[in-house]
Design a binder for this molecule. Structure first.
Ligand code: ASP
Ligand code: MG
Length: 424
């Protein structure tokens, strides 16, 4: 008997009929002789709606209360799903993240899982029940408060429970057939990727591909747990995320570029006129680190000889920009920089592919494609298997499409089907 962990995203449980359809799928898996643990997200756009609601009562809601509010979304779906399964004549038990043993640190809004103690899930399975778990949430080891794992965190719940329960597979059900070479909502000719490595998938997730949560891929890589990303609206084989897709089985040749990812959620801050002295950059980034801000790309200009000053630009999540600007303001006197510029009308476009390690000319092809599309590059950063550029937000779609075409990723026929979801 296999242990199958399945995660259903918000669009797969968007309304009562979706929940009934998912219940049938779960029951079919159980009837095929498997033990089944299911992780659910909140229905449809519930999490966004709860956030809107919170904003209406307070511009800066306390993290503890916001987490308490947001976790209710997943509790609605888990209970409804358990009811729908019961209605099909099977026993299901729903559990909150805390009941399922998801233990986290106490950082509200982006808590990290530090331990998983799924005793109650095991008991439920031993009794022949289907276990349903609310995704995206846990309980803090120190404060005992309810925490959330960050947007899209149900994927991470699924992988963490699958690892702790030593599941045979972790299936992530979504509203598209798998992982595509670009967001099919932007590139109609995007192709489904049959298998991709953890490393490439981590870069994709870090570069804005929302299909899988970054932490979930990190976690799966650490435990070498295969993830199968597939649609809950079809029975097609999806995309496998594994450690080495190109040697296992070898039916696949390694492409130069596996995919093009984009991200509109970042903003750019430029600190203008920083004295070009030892320790100034350290002081700026220490301040931002103390404010718990994750910096992405950084560019420091050559300092102007006449003034002995330089500009430092960096990108960060737009949501953190107010905190960053306030923190920078506090050290303006100490560092004596001239001013700060802020731009949230930017987007990041990234090419990801382990094959670029051994292929020269990838950057040249990418930049030529952007130039032909009339897209100006504002910042550049690279890793061994990724090239990212910052462009103006209105150039993102054109840049993604141009890069996708330039690396021959366009499919001959439009194959991508978006079954549901608002892409919110
Ligand atoms: N419901 C949460 C969100 O929308 C968590 C998830 O879907 O994974 O971010
Ligand atoms: Mg969601």
């Amino acid at each position: 008997m296999a242990l199958v962990v399945q995660k259903y995203g918000g669009s797969s449980v968007a309304d009562a009929s979706c929940i009934k359809r998912v219940a049938q799928r779960i029951v079919a898996t159980k009837k095929a002789g498997n033990d089944v643990v299911v992780i659910v997200s909140a229905m449809g756009d519930t999490t966004d709606e709860l956030l809107d609601l919170a904003e209406q009562v307070s511009p800066l809601p306390p993290g503890r209360e916001l987490d308490m509010l947001l976790t209710s979304g997943e509790r609605i779906s888990m209970a409804l799903l358990a009811m729908a399964i019961a209605n099909l004549g099977h026993e299901a038990r729903s559990f909150t993240g805390s009941q399922a043993g998801v233990i986290t640190d106490s950082t509200h809004g982006k808590a990290r899982i530090i331990d998983v103690t799924p005793g109650r899930l095991r008991e439920a399975l031993d009794q022949g029940h289907i276990a349903i778990v609310a995704g995206f949430q846990g309980v803090s080891q120190d404060t005992k408060d309810i925490t959330t794992l960050g947007r899209g965190g149900s994927d991470t719940t699924a992988v963490a429970l699958a690892a702790a329960l030593e599941a045979d597979v972790c299936e992530i059900y979504t509203d598209v057939d798998g992982i595509f070479t670009a967001d099919p909502r932007i590139v109609r000719a995007a192709r489904q990727i049959p298998k991709i490595s953890y490393d490439e998938m981590m870069e994709m997730a870090a570069c804005g591909a929302k299909i899988l949560h970054l932490r979930c891929v990190e976690y799966a890589r650490r435990f070498n747990l295969p993830i199968h990303v597939r649609s809950s609206f079809s029975t097609k084989e999806g995309t496998w995320v594994v450690s080495d897709p190109y040697t296992e089985g070898t039916e696949m040749e390694q492409p130069i570029i596996s995919g093009v990812a984009h991200d509109r959620s970042e903003a750019k801050i430029t600190v203008v006129g920083v004295p070009d002295k030892v320790g100034e950059a350290a002081a700026i980034f220490k301040t931002l680190a103390d404010a718990e801000i994750n910096i992405d790309m950084i560019v420091q200009n050559v300092s102007a000889a006449a003034t002995g000053r330089t500009d430092i630009s960096f990108t960060l999540p737009t949501a953190d920009s107010q905190t960053a600007l306030t923190a920078l303001k506090k050290i303006q006197g100490e560092i004596a920089y001239e001013s700060v510029l802020f731009d949230d009308q930017i987007g990041k476009v990234s090419l990801i592919g382990a094959g670029m390690r051994s292929h020269p000319g990838v950057t040249a092809t990418f930049f030529a494609a952007l130039a032909d599309a009339g897209v100006n590059i504002e910042m550049i950063s690279t890793s061994e298997i990724r090239i990212s550029v910052i462009v103006g937000q209105d150039g993102v779609d054109a840049a993604v499409a141009a890069a996708h075409r330039a690396f021959d990723l366009d499919a001959d026929q439009v194959a991508a089907v978006v079954y549901g979801g608002t892409g919110r």
